[in-house]
Design a protein around this ligand. Structure first.
Ligand SMILES: [Zn+2]
Length: 503
């Protein structure tokens, strides 16, 4: 190597080191800001959590939207409240900066799940309480917040504390912390209809496409992996098939007709059991064929996620695992089959004449929901069932050996809600590197999130590269009683989100 090349290499290395150092000092600034403002951040967050936000309650959600819009305006965002036909508003804000290389749209939802007050350890889930640790770890109530220092281990307990108001607070406080050093254009969209679903998202995508267009969509939702800050590149969608098998027009006396009239409960159990082998693998032809085999790259990414299976088995009392996949992460990248409910029989002493199962499938991007539903229906037909889509009459029942009513539903016609952005897409790489610049190897990269997040409407409309980032503690009890956020996750979340606006 010539000395000039060595010199230029040295210069390049130095400039990389100095860029890294500059970035580090910017992240340190966010951390320092968070530490210096813990009191104000928590106070503002407690106020937001005091507003009931149960999905579908338009009046309550309007009050949330008004406060959120005021919080965004305070940070200098151009803010709008968008009405929808259901009466639940959406909130949008944007802050552009000169010389930005990209525009990032952050999606967060502000509605929450209903509460079962009796199951909570506090009198009202919308009167937030602060504890010195998690309840299970013996965290005690803090009654005087005036002189509190709000260490990382403390937690706020309230509905929506983890899901999904935490990233709203972290995002807005990150903007406070970075101030004029913001490098990317930022748009924030706050959905008021995520938990209960609704037409609002589709309506505003149609009405405000230019506002919602971006170079990168970042979904901020869900708890992070137990081992660290988490980025995900896809999520599953779904389809369902309801099947009712019939053996007569009505239930009949088991003393008079046992051994003569077939039992619909048994027939249904046999049908369902024939769909899955003894290890848990689904034997419906083609069930895994859209997905398997995994590419080497996909497999490597799946295997790189730390596996906490043994600990989780102990925590959840799971004595043996389903054998459809080798690991939890592999399972999340496959279509999954479950029977959510089975119902049959009316009263004692009578043989059941019909029995119903609700088959639910979680699907990945490679699956087409309609095709997957058809595979299930074809399998039922292959077991000798005559398929109908309405309740059969006596003549129809009498003229076929086996009759099943089948109805199916895909979450959305095209994608079923499943999506995945190629982790090598330049925008996905940008987001990954931003998180890594702060957290290094602690960042957990998830190829497919198990649950669903509403990215598909944006992806269908704008073909926008999409990733998800989770900041909440994994044990945040989202959707259930004693929902909480660990303060350390809120403050760390500020740095995580700032990293996406500082590159
Ligand atoms: Zn959520």
């Amino acid at each position: 190597m010539t000395s000039s090349r060595i010199l230029s290499l040295l210069a390049l290395t130095c400039s990389m080191v100095s860029t890294l150092a500059a970035q580090q000092s910017e992240f340190d600034k966010v951390r320092t800001y968070a530490n210096a403002h813990r009191h104000e951040i928590v106070a503002e967050y407690l106020k937001l959590l005091s507003l009931p936000n149960i999905h579908g309650d338009a009046k309550a959600l309007q009050a949330n939207a008004d406060l959120l819009a005021a919080m965004m305006k305070k940070r200098g965002l151009d803010t709008e409240i968008w009405p929808t036909s259901s009466g639940v508003p959406m909130v949008f804000g944007e802050k552009r900066v000169p010389g930005a290389k990209r525009t990032i749209l952050f999606y967060i939802h502000y509605d929450g799940q209903p509460v079962d007050v009796k199951r909570w350890a506090q009198p009202d889930p919308f009167v937030p309480v602060v504890r010195t640790d998690g309840i299970e770890a013996g965290g005690e109530l803090v009654t005087d917040l005036s002189s509190a220092t709000f260490p990382d281990a403390w937690r706020i307990y309230a509905r929506a504390a983890g899901d999904d108001k935490a990233p709203i607070e972290a995002m807005l406080c990150a903007l406070d912390a970075i101030g004029s050093t913001q490098k990317e254009n930022v748009k924030i969209f706050l959905d008021g209809e995520e938990e209960g679903g609704g037409k609002g998202l589709a309506e505003v995508i149609q009405k405000y496409p230019e506002k919602l267009r971006s170079d990168l969509l970042v979904i901020l939702d869900g708890p992070q992996h137990p081992s660290g800050p988490t980025i995900y590149y896809g999520a599953r969608g779904g389809a369902s098939v309801n099947v009712t098998v019939y053996t007569a027009k009505q239930g009949m006396h088991s003393g008079n007709y046992g051994n003569w009239m077939p039992d619909a409960n048994v027939r249904l159990a046999q049908l369902i059991a024939s769909m899955v082998d003894s290890t848990g693998k689904v034997v419906i032809p083609g069930f895994y064929s859209d997905v398997l085999p995994f590419s080497t790259e996909a497999k490597a990414m799946i295997d790189a996620v730390p596996d906490q299976s043994a600990q989780m088995q102990r925590d959840f009392g799971v004595g043996s695992l389903d054998g459809a996949a080798h690991s939890l992460q592999e399972g999340l990248n496959l279509p999954a089959f479950s029977v959510h409910t089975m119902k049959g029989g009316e009263v004692g002493g009578v043989i059941a004449a019909n029995a119903t199962a609700e088959i639910a499938m979680r699907l990945v991007k490679e699956n087409r929901p309609q095709v997957m539903a058809e595979r299930v229906i074809d399998f039922i037909r292959a077991q000798g069932y005559y398929i109908v889509d309405k309740d059969p009459d006596v003549a129809m029942l009498a003229s076929h050996a086996k009759v099943a009513k089948v109805t199916s539903r895909a979450l959305t016609a095209t994608s079923g809600g499943a999506w995945r952005t190629d982790p090598n897409d330049p925008q996905a790489v940008f987001a990954t590197n931003a998180l890594k610049a702060v957290w290094g190897d602690k960042v957990v990269r998830i190829r497919t999130l198990g649950g669903s997040v509403p990215a598909s409407p944006f992806i269908d409309a704008f073909h926008v590269p999409t990733v998800g980032v989770s900041i909440a503690n994994y044990d945040d009890n989202q959707h259930t009683d004693n929902e909480n956020i660990r303060l350390g996750n809120l403050f760390d979340g500020m740095t995580t989100l700032a990293s996406l606006m500082l590159q």
